[in-house]
Design a protein around this ligand. Structure first.
Ligand code: URP
Ligand code: ZN
Ligand code: ZN
Ligand code: ZN
Length: 477
């Protein structure tokens, strides 16, 4: 099966040009002068399918390097299965996700890894890889890190918060980092000071401050910046590369920037929620339906920050200056009706997480529309860098001969309304992005040569998505 994408502007991290993209089977085979002929024959007439991209951008398929499909968390499971979550991803132009295998204390890391394959295999609409969460760093977990790298799981997430659930103490973090320094794995860190947060939460609840707003005030930026700094110091001590997930505080970015300026292998990710949403407007929201529990829709950690402290502005700036390297979603949706509801009357029991996998490409494209980032930077932070950071570049994250034909045709003249009610494709019973109007529209989505979305219809297949065995990070020498 040969496909030709004609008439569009091809955008990679390094620049843009008018080119036609020729796909044969699962791969891109050539980028051609528009209207090229082959042995005198019009190429468009000799292929099986032509996708007209006139007036549109042709970009590498989005890579969301931080999702939690079916995650067991907060006494329930994240509402999207691998089927619904990857279908939603496809709708939004994301053709690869990297999901987190969860290990709780006393669970065997390799058993959990096998379980995640069972959940995902045959159930995904787009390609998927795995990171591994380590929640109690035992000798067996450290040994498993080597085995997992051979399996293509080259990044490991630790938590400095959620005591008794995920939290690793500094000694455990040190041991895992020593291992990563040795085997080349990327250490990922949920950087929040859990002990400080736990005290603030108990004090808030004792004072009768039980609504979702207080989820934000009890996880202050100091708790994030302190933990980020501590993680950076431990990484420096061991020589391990460090990737700080879901950064929301400008003071945490400052720590990352300082370490990078010194030449340390430290990287940072932020998420759309920290670029657009705030403590006051979302966590503090009140509605007719939910009262002051409305804010539960946006309870995630790290939390949404105060709009009066300049965090959002700083996140955009950091994306421009490369103090932050990429944008993932941390997609971890919980429905209001039966899941967020668990925390009514006690915000600390609200399952943490929001869902954005379908909207990341659109939301970040708004940064191009508003002049926050260039078109090339949009492609870089949503696809190119995730591919490099997590050992997929060349196959993914680029439009070039030999790469997987993961392609999004994006229409800058289109419009996307994230409407009221269920206009999205996630299992979620609301959208954290309800009411957002997007200048731009995902037009056509292709994964390894197969069209998944065209003409506002899903024409892909659940089961098309394959496991991506990843290499070590291409940012490390
Ligand atoms: O609130 C969040 N972020 N939920 C998902 C788990 C995590 O910490 O990434
Ligand atoms: Zn986290
Ligand atoms: Zn997460
Ligand atoms: Zn449409």
């Amino acid at each position: 099966m040969k496909t030709l994408i004609t008439g569009g502007t091809v955008v990679n991290a390094s620049g843009r040009s008018r080119a036609d993209v020729l796909i044969d089977g699962e791969q891109i085979v050539a980028l051609l002068e528009p209207g090229s002929t082959l042995f005198g024959v019009d190429l468009a007439a000799s292929v099986d399918k032509v996708v007209d991209a006139t007036g549109k951008y042709v970009v590498p398929g989005g890579i969301d390097a931080h999702t939690h499909m079916e995650m067991p968390f907060g006494g329930t499971f994240a509402a999207d299965t691998f089927t619904t979550g990857t279908t939603a991803a496809a709708w939004g132009g994301t053709t690869t996700i990297v999901d987190f295998v969860v290990q709780y204390p006393d669970q065997n890391v390799l058993d959990q890894y096998a379980l995640w394959h069972d959940k995902a295999a045959g159930n995904c609409a787009v390609d998927y890889g795995f990171h591994q969460i380590l929640s109690d760093v035992q000798d067996s977990s450290l040994a498993a890190m080597d085995e997992l790298i051979d399996e293509g799981v080259t990044s490991f997430k630790l938590f400095m918060a959620y005591k008794g659930v995920f939290l690793s103490d500094d000694g455990q973090i040190l041991r895992a980092m020593q291992k990563a320094a040795d085997n080349g794995a990327m250490m990922m860190m949920h950087a929040e000071n859990g002990a400080v947060i736990d005290v603030l939460v108990q004090q808030a609840l004792a004072a009768g401050n039980t609504s979702p707003f207080f989820h934000g005030t009890t996880r202050p930026w100091q708790a994030e910046a302190e933990a980020t700094s501590r993680a950076i110091m431990l990484a420096d001590l061991t020589g391990a590369p460090l990737y700080v997930v879901h950064v929301s505080a400008k003071q945490a970015v400052e720590q990352i920037a300082l370490a990078r300026d010194k030449g340390q292998n430290v990287f940072g990710e932020t998420c759309p929620q920290y670029l657009y949403l705030s403590l006051e407007e979302q966590l503090g929201a009140v509605s007719e339906q939910w009262g002051d529990f409305e804010g539960a829709k946006w309870v995630c950690s790290t939390p949404l920050r105060s709009k009066h402290e300049g965090h959002q502005h700083h996140m955009w700036q950091a994306l421009r200056t490369n103090d932050l390297q990429l944008v993932s979603t941390d997609h971890c949706p919980f429905c209001m009706a039966d899941q967020k509801e668990l925390g009514r009357g006690d915000f600390s029991k609200i399952p943490n997480g929001i869902g954005s996998v379908e909207h990341r490409m659109d939301l970040m494209y708004q940064g191009v529309v508003t002049g926050q980032i260039s078109l090339e930077r949009w492609v870089e932070i949503t696809s190119v860098t995730p591919a490099r950071m997590f050992g997929m570049y060349g196959r993914k994250g680029v439009l070039a001969p030999g790469a997987d034909a993961d392609v999004v045709v994006y229409d800058p003249a289109g419009h996307t309304s994230i409407g009221l009610g269920k206009t999205h494709h996630s299992n979620l019973d609301y959208s954290p992005w309800e009411g957002f109007e997007i200048d731009g529209h995902v037009d056509t989505v292709i994964s390894r040569g197969q069209v998944l979305v065209a003409d506002d219809e899903f024409v892909g297949r659940v089961g098309h998505g394959k496991y991506v065995k990843r290499d070590l990070s291409q940012y490390l020498v």
